[in-house]
Design a protein around this ligand. Structure first.
Ligand code: NDP
Ligand code: OXD
Length: 316
């Protein structure tokens, strides 16, 4: 096995953002030659064995005919997994404790936003109304976490430390201290029924696409809220709007959308029960991410063993 050769950076980012990534990667991996794919001479493309990618154009990856594996600097890899041309290539996704910390912070922040009734107080202020709503202690509320992976587990622990009750749902059944865990369709129904705040941190896969539809949203307690930080198609937006408009659900914090940036004409911008966030719940820290990519590539160079790869049969 040849353990040297160029590494291609393949992305559809702006030139500026691409430069920042290349700087961070060069700083973390000075012994490697990492170039944007467009700067690699066509005769040298066949020498590239590793691609570091951020929302890549599959056509660019197809030009790397001897690629051995792909390292995504994003945590969610649903587009790579769904790309037929890439099905045979091992994909490594970003697993970064700093990303998990940032996401856990966001989950706690927006859970407080809902539990301390900030959307209601903002409405009351606009109406010049002085009205005190009952205080709810965190221990009175249950947060249902869909997904208990790297990000979901960090969020669950942060919520527990803040005193919230936490129930989590994952594909495989596990035991975790102080977190009630569910799996399977029956488990999901039980979790939804007790979730005052539902937080979605699932990967987008064929199983999770459209998961939160009318029937499932109807299982949540009246007045419950949703925080969606994963991928838009997991929630059926029309069904969510119906649940908000009918008063079954009280509020939704959405960080992810079918089209990003959210188009100007979208009705979601003006909806009084929706908070629109521009995909900022967990911004990637380029330095910590580059250090993780560097470690994975160095380990591979020295041992020939790939880091943990995405399970293509499960889609995450
Ligand atoms: P992980 O792969 O570590 O965790 C995924 C979790 O979802 C696991 O607990 C897994 O179960 C569970 N899961 C997967 N499929 C199912 C299913 N069919 N039924 C029940 N549970 C399921 O992912 P991460 O925690 O790292 O990331 C989660 C997602 O967060 C990413 O895929 C991405 O879409 C999103 N994200 C969003 C960001 C943002 O800024 N908005 C930033 C980063 C990520 P099990 O434990 O059994 O495997
Ligand atoms: C994501 C990421 O998957 O930013 O959204 O890593």
């Amino acid at each position: 096995m040849e353990m040297t050769g160029r590494i291609a950076f393949v992305s559809r980012l702006s030139i500026r953002d691409e430069e920042l990534w290349l700087q961070a990667l060069a700083g973390a991996l000075p012994e490697e030659n990492i170039l944007p794919v467009r700067k690699i001479a066509s005769g040298d493309l066949c020498g590239v064995q590793i691609a570091v990618v951020a929302n890549p154009d599959p056509a660019d990856i197809a030009r790397l005919t001897n690629l051995k594996w792909i390292h995504s600097v994003w945590a969610g890899v649903e587009r790579l997994v769904a790309e037929p041309g890439l099905a045979a290539l091992p994909i490594v996704r970003l697993v970064d404790p700093e990303l998990a910390r940032t996401m856990a912070e966001a989950v706690l922040a927006w859970t407080y936003y809902l539990s301390r009734d900030m959307p209601a107080y903002a409405r009351l202020q606009r109406q010049h109304r002085w009205q005190q709503l009952p205080y709810r202690h965190p221990a009175e509320l249950t947060v249902g976490l869909l997904g208990l992976g790297t990000l979901g587990t960090a969020a669950a622990l942060r919520l527990r430390s803040a005193g919230f009750n936490v129930s989590g749902w994952s594909r495989t059944a596990k035991n975790t201290d102080r977190i009630e865990r569910f799996s399977g369709a029956a488990g999901l129904a039980l979790l939804l029924a007790r979730a005052d705040v539902l937080v979605c941190l699932l990967p987008l896969t064929p199983e999770t696409h459209g998961l939160l539809n009318r029937e499932r949203l109807a299982l949540m307690p009246t007045g419950a809220s949703l925080i969606h930080f994963a991928r838009s198609p997991i929630v059926v937006v029309d069904d969510l709007l119906a649940a908000l408009n009918s008063g079954r659900l009280s509020h939704a914090v959405l960080d992810v959308f079918d089209v990003e940036p959210l188009p100007q004409h979208s009705e979601l911008w003006e909806h009084p029960k929706i908070t629109v966030l521009p995909h900022i719940s967990a911004p990637t820290n380029k330095e910590t991410a580059a250090a993780i990519v560097a470690k994975n590539i160095r380990d591979y160079r020295s041992s020939g063993v790939l880091p943990r790869t995405v399970a293509m049969n499960h889609g995450y």
